[in-house]
Design a protein around this ligand. Sequence first.
Ligand code: SF4
Length: 362
Amino acid sequence: MLETIFRKCHRGNQISFEEIVYLLSRTDESEIERIFAAARKVRQAVFGNKVFLYSFVYFSTYCQNSCTFCYFRKENPNSPRYRKTLQEVVDIAVELKKSGVHLIDLTTGDDTFYTEHPKRLASIVKAVKDETGLSIMVSPGVLDEHGLELIERAGADWYALYQETHQLTLFDQLRQGQSYEKRMFAKRYARDLGMLIEEGLLTGIGDTLEDRVHSFREMKKLGAMQIRTMTFVPQEGAPFEGVGNQGYQNELMNIAVMRLLFPDVLIPASLDIEGLGGLEKRLMAGANIVTSIIPPRKGFAGVANCKYDIDEGCRTVAGIQNTLKKCNLENATAQEYSRWVADRRTIDKHAARKCAGDFIRG
Ligand code: SF4
């Protein structure tokens, strides 16, 4: 059965909903290893042994929303609140460039200081682009059409906005009071402007196997070029407790199956979940982005969601090299990453990725 599914994926044939559920639900160690090995083979065929390195600047922790899984929800008194100045953001971005990352992700909570005044956001995007010349991802929450146009003109290559689930009842529980359709619309609009889209999926929050397959399908329809999956980790001061800690296997299976279904997209291995100790297994499941690289400088921890391994210096480009070597991988150059982004944006412009279609039969 596994070989038949791998063959279909390899040939780009449609596979059934049930076949994807079958892949995700394997528990036998040797079958899981065969799925991971198939995912690595696909990654090797498309990206060779190169991985890309990301970092981010979390420059505003204010948020108007109340997502039940999130530390930065407006009701959480434990969350530190700050807005970094434009100069502070640029200085951090320049440091990150020197550290060897390929992309800067400019991240905020859903902060009306920016979402209702997107010119402020656009000027930060432009300044960071001008000073670093790196590819820029912007993750500011939901922007309207005007805001998206401004950040695209300012130099944003990516717009990241995570749905976390595409199951409507669960969405309402996780993103209380927010519009599912408004989030999806913003991503489609940004994609049609020519930006690349990152979509995200949280697991371990009561999501079923079928919900996960449904999400893969929605990600495909969206034409997302980067898809991340992360395990829910309970946050101090946030109400959602999920279904208890079931480990990270769902996340690893998601990575591997996404690699089989989406051979040419970028899939992050996040250091925010388990730190450096969790990097190898995510790369061995088929991921090809390491995020987030954080230099061990005093004061930089504030840019990260999670402090794992930052102070020890393990989350630097040097700090991940042994793990990359063990996985027979190496970091790409900044030029290779910029070329990938430029090529991808050109292909999408001409191929109208919005017609990406469906890989699932029926
Ligand atoms: S997930 Fe984003 S929008 Fe939701 S509370 Fe957290 S920072 Fe705000």
